[in-house]
Write a protein that binds this ligand. Structure first.
Ligand code: NAD
Length: 257
C-alpha cells in the first residue's frame, strides 16, 4: 500500500515535527492537511509550497486543538482522513505544587484530549475507506518521567494508553494505531530554549546541548524531523500492517536505560 492519493491530517503542523512529517508524507505522494490555531498568510503559503514541490493537494485548516468542537471540525472540514497524525503539543515546566492550573488544563487538552476527538471523528472515515492509520506523536515522556513536567508526562502516558485502546478496537480492521516516542528533536520549540539555558547554567551552546538537553539521550544526537517522517511512512506501509497498539522510540537509547 502506498500513501499516494491518501489524505493525511497532521495536527499542529505549521512548524517542527508536524511540518516535517507532513513534508515526508507529501514527498511520498499523500495529500496533506496542515493545521494550527493561527490564520496567517504564511500558514497557507506553507501548504501552497508543499503542494507545488510534491505535486499533491495540500491545505491549511485553522483549528484550535484545545477546543473539542474545533478538533472534530478539522476532520469534518478535511472531508477525508486516511492517515491521522495527532502531533499538536505544548509544554510547561514547573514543580507540581506551583504548576498553574490553566497550564495543566491546556496541556491535557492539546496534547491528549484533542487526539480523542480527532480519532473519534476520523475512524468512521477510515472504516468507510477500508484503510486507516492513526499515528500519535507521544514522547520518551510517554514512557519515562522527568521532574517538573507533571502535565506533559501525564498527557504523553495518556496518549500511549489511548493508542493501545484504539488499536484493540480496530484490531480486526485494516486500521492500525501506534505512538511514536521521540527523545529530543531540534525543533524551533527546543532551539528557543538554548539561549536561556546557556545563561542559566553559564554554559556554551554545545555544553547545553550535550550536558543538559541530551543528558538522558545516550546517542548524544537529536532525532530529526525527517527520521520521524520516515517512521510515520513506515507505519503506513504494508510491512507495518501487523504493527498496532505499540510505541516506536526514536530517542537515541533514552528508554533503554
Ligand atoms: P513545535 O512548537 O515546533 O510544534 C508544535 C505545533 O503544535 C505547532 O505547529 C503549533 O502551532 C501547534 N499547536 C500548539 N498549540 C496548538 C493548538 N492549540 N491548536 C493547534 N495547534 C497547536 O513543537 P515540536 O517540537 O514540533 O512538537 C510537536 C509534537 O512533538 C508535540 O506533541 C511534542 O510534545 C512532541 N515532541 C517533541 C519533542 C522535541 O524534542 N521537540 C520530543 C518529543 C515529543
Amino acid at each position: 500500500m502506498s500513501v499516494t492519493g491518501k489524505t493525511a491530517i497532521v495536527t499542529g503542523s505549521n512548524s517542527g515535527i508536524g511540518l516535517g512529517i507532513a513534508r515526508e508524507l507529501a514527498k511520498a505522494g499523500a495529500n496533506v492537511v496542515l493545521n494550527s490555531f493561527t490564520e496567517r498568510d504564511e500558514d497557507h503559503a506553507l501548504a501552497a509550497e508543499i503542494a507545488k514541490e510534491h505535486r499533491v493537494t495540500a491545505r491549511y485548516i485553522k483549528a484550535d486543538m484545545s477546543e473539542p468542537g474545533q478538533c472534530r471540525a478539522l476532520v469534518e472540514t478535511a472531508g477525508a482522513c486516511d492517515i491521522l497524525v495527532n502531533n499538536a503539543g505544548i509544554q510547561h515546566v514547573a514543580p507540581i505544587d506551583e504548576f498553574p492550573q490553566e497550564k495543566w488544563n491546556a496541556i491535557i487538552a492539546i496534547n491528549l484530549t484533542s487526539a480523542f476527538h480527532t480519532t473519534a471523528a476520523a475512524l468512521p472515515m477510515m472504516r468507510d475507506a477500508g484503510w486507516g492509520r492513526v499515528i500519535n506523536i507521544a514522547s520518551a515522556h510517554g514512557l519515562r518521567a522527568s521532574p517538573y513536567k507533571s502535565a506533559y508526562v501525564a498527557a504523553k502516558h495518556g496518549i500511549v494508553g489511548m493508542t493501545k485502546v484504539v488499536a484493540l478496537e480496530t484490531a480486526q480492521e485494516p486500521i492500525t494505531a501506534n505512538a511514536i516516542c521521540p527523545g529530543y528533536v531540534l525543533t524551533p520549540l527546543v532551539e528557543e530554549q538554548i539561549p536561556d539555558t546557556m545563561k542559566e547554567y553559564d554554559m556554551s551552546r554545545d555544553q547545553v546541548i550535550r550536558d543538559v538537553m541530551l543528558k538522558r539521550q545516550p546517542s548524544k544526537e537529536f532525532a530529526t524531523v525527517e527520521q520521524l517522517g520516515g517512521t510515520a511512512l513506515y507505519l503506513c506501509s504494508d510491512a507495518a500492517a501487523q504493527v498496532t497498539g505499540t510505541t516506536l522510540s526514536l530517542d537515541g537509547g533514552w528508554t533503554a536505560m
